[in-house]
Design a protein around this ligand. Structure first.
Ligand SMILES: *Cc1c(COP(=O)(O)O)cnc(C)c1O
Length: 355
């Protein structure tokens, strides 16, 4: 049976990316050695790193004065690395979910942290909009896509201070005005590659300003200066990221990724709104195009398990909602196909007919 992968992360990748990476794991560039067995300093690996960095810059149109680094440690390491490097005195955080809250907690180790707004009281079902940004912040941290709750800030905010963004679950899904950000970071395993690497874009002139001694490995300058080769980088995850970046480029770049995301989301949200059994969980204007969350209407809530089984029998994988929201979550990252979403919609319609 054909499987449709709606996992929230690690998640679906283009088949071509998986095949090309598998090939290099078996035989890297015809060397007779696996990508897993070569030195990151081998002359054949440097071009991989160089091309991956160059493609990040090209695809997101990163302006001059920014560097791209690839690090381990996940987005979670960035929750502390970001304030360690960028927090001078006071930082603002927009609390839009569990990940935002975790980022805020780590920042408190390094200075004053202001929660500029929060939707915690409403179980993060919307993005707060009624707030003014203090002008004395070193940066405002946002989570552009809230993977668990299915809300998204799909634009580059106009505020009087630099932005820093966790884009783990929507990077490369739309064009971004990088010049508004001092730092953008994203764990790869949602929308880019296999788990194990984090992409970080930093504004060079903002590094080295924080009034603290930064341990070598936590200092972005270490990795910028060494081209992400200060220590052994996650070689295979970086290679898989390179293959996805090539795929994004030949498919039409972030504009095409955005068009596809809108097409998929429109189809699925229309069905959620139309189908008598289901309803969406977040405020319409804040709906994520990446993680589409829905639950059964109260009068049908006994059908949760039956629908899950029904969909599973028809090849749907990973549609169970996060435990803090319940119901269902269909993750529709860049690699998700319109056929996948059509198959899920067909399931919902068939199930409605039977109930
Ligand atoms: C998954 C996720 C994280 C955590 O990523 P790790 O790589 O597991 O540390 C952080 N932020 C967002 C928005 C996420 O979706």
């Amino acid at each position: 049976m054909k499987k449709y992968n709606f996992n929230a992360g690690p998640s679906m990748l283009p088949r071509e990316v998986i095949e090309a990476t598998a090939q290099q794991i078996l035989d890297f560039n015809g060397s007779g050695l696996s990508l897993m067995e070569i030195s990151h300093r081998a002359k054949d690996f440097q071009p991989v790193m160089d091309e991956a960095m160059a493609l990040v810059k090209e695809i997101l149109q990163v302006p001059e004065g920014y560097s791209v680094v690839f690090l381990g440690g996940g987005a979670s390491l960035q929750f502390c690395q970001v304030p360690c490097n960028f927090l001078i005195k006071k930082a603002g955080y927009l609390n839009t979910g569990v990940w935002a809250k975790k980022a805020m907690k780590e920042a408190k180790h390094f200075g004053e942290v202001v929660e500029v707004a929060s939707s915690a009281d409403a179980n993060y079902t919307f993005i707060p909009k009624d707030w003014t940004c203090p002008t004395d912040l070193d940066y405002l941290h946002i989570t552009t896509n809230n993977t668990i709750y299915g809300t998204e800030i799909r634009k580059d905010l106009d505020i009087p201070v630099p932005l820093i963004a966790d884009m783990s679950s929507d990077i490369f899904s739309r064009p971004v005005d990088v010049s508004k950000y001092d730092c953008i970071y994203a764990g790869a395993q949602k929308n880019l590659a296999m788990a194990g690497v984090t992409i970080i874009i930093v504004k060079d002139e903002k590094l080295g300003l924080a009034p603290r001694e930064i341990p070598t490995m936590l200092d972005y300058r270490t990795h910028v200066e060494k081209g992400s080769m200060f220590n052994t980088p996650p070689v295979v995850p970086i290679y898989s990221a390179l293959e996805t970046l090539r795929w994004i480029k030949r498919t039409g770049g972030v504009e095409e990724m955005a068009r596809r995301a809108e097409e998929r989301a429109k189809l699925l949200y229309s069905e959620i709104d139309r189908n008598k059994l289901f309803r969406g969980t977040v405020k319409e204007e804040d709906r994520s195009l990446m993680n589409i969350c829905f639950v059964l209407n109260d009068e049908y809530k006994d059908l949760e398990k039956p629908f899950f089984d029904f969909a599973t029998e028809r090849g749907m994988v990973g549609i169970k909602g996060h435990r803090s929201v319940g119901g269902f979550r269909a993750s529709c990252y860049n690699a998700q196909t319109i056929e996948g979403v059509q198959a899920l919609v067909a399931c919902m319609q068939e199930f409605e007919k039977q109930n």
